[in-house]
Design a protein around this ligand. Structure first.
Ligand code: NAD
Length: 290
């Protein structure tokens, strides 16, 4: 370490709260060292109300980049000089690149999801996709799939605080990507969910369900909805194999875990910071083994 960090070393960081269990510092620092890049990556616990100060510090310290996690993702948008089309549509930033004082906000979460599907031989172009969820991960997936040519997106959420956000996301997609059909339904409407899954090529769980303390639960109550030509993806990565994916696998569905999305969103961010490819296979082997 004392040989690697000098007065020239550039700084990158993750901001959000909590961040102490994040795998990002290990993934990025390994990749920097492996490729001989003179950067170091740390994590700072930053509360939502301190997002602006953290981004101001990024300018002061001439940091090359930042990843942004909850609860700062939406707030960070306000402090960007430029936004990528996806970040603007999502209203959230997970990657900030500092080019000589000009900050550009990107959102690679949806890209990570799409690249992970592609790695499983599943393109989103022309597909009908049902997505459960209306929070950060769900919005990123809905927007990116629309931008990448999905034919139709059916959004399901329970009638909680996120429901209004799903309606807003649907409106934004309709306006910006008019070729993509979008529909929003209550997830407790089991008949509508059944009809949507039946009409879909891909079903995605982008809710908290499946993650602790809901690790024994699944958003799909009727396992009869699973059929072998349905692709089922989960954003939850801990546990890697959620109840949803276990039940879908039993029915012969192609199953895609959330760990791959996490890896690929990092790969996309790494390229934005460095212009180089992360050593994906080594990183996967070291940090993303399932
Ligand atoms: P969020 O708080 O923004 O959204 C939570 C979503 O879960 C909302 O749609 C909410 O309505 C829904 N929800 C919560 N409890 C529910 C219940 N009991 N029944 C039905 N729906 C319920 O959260 P987020 O940031 O979008 O994260 C959601 C999940 O995605 C988490 O497990 C997170 O770890 C995961 N995630 C994964 C990646 C990845 O790269 N794989 C990236 C981001 C988030």
């Amino acid at each position: 370490m004392e040989e690697r960090i000098t007065g020239h070393t550039g700084l990158l960081a993750l901001i959000g709260s909590p961040v102490e269990h994040s795998g990002s510092p290990a993934m990025y620092n390994y990749s920097f060292a492996r490729l001989g890049l003179d950067y170091v990556y740390v994590a700072f616990d930053v509360k939502k109300e301190d997002t602006g100060d953290a981004i101001k510090a990024m300018r002061t310290f001439r940091m090359r980049g930042m990843n942004v996690t909850m609860p700062c993702k939406n707030e960070a948008v306000r402090y960007m000089d430029r936004l990528s089309p996806a970040a603007r549509l999502m209203g959230a930033v997970n990657t900030i690149v500092n080019d000589g004082g000009v900050l550009t906000g990107y959102n690679t979460d949806g890209e990570g999801f799409v690249r992970n599907l592609a790695e499983h031989g599943v393109p989103v172009r022309g597909k009908c996709i049902t997505v459960a969820g209306g929070g950060g991960a769900a919005t990123a997936i809905q927007v990116q799939c629309a931008l990448d040519g999905a034919r139709e997106i059916r959004i399901f959420n329970r009638k909680d605080a996120f429901f209004a956000r799903t309606l807003e996301t649907a409106e934004r997609i309709k306006k910006e990507v008019p070729d993509c059909l979008v529909q929003v339904c209550d997830i407790d409407d089991e008949a509508a969910l059944g009809e949507a899954v039946g009409a879909s090529d891909i079903f995605v769980n982008a809710t908290m369900v499946g993650m602790k303390p809901m690790d024994g639960e699944s958003v799909v109550k009727d396992t009869g909805l699973f059929r072998p030509d349905l692709v089922v993806a989960d954003v939850v990565y801990n546990p890697a194999k959620t109840r949803l994916l276990r039940e879908a696998a039993q029915a012969g569905c192609t199953c895609v875990t959330g760990k791959g999305m996490l890896l690929w969103q990092g790969v996309s961010a790494f390229r934005l910071y460095t212009g180089m490819d992360m050593p994906v296979e080594e990183v996967r082997e070291r940090f993303f083994k399932e």
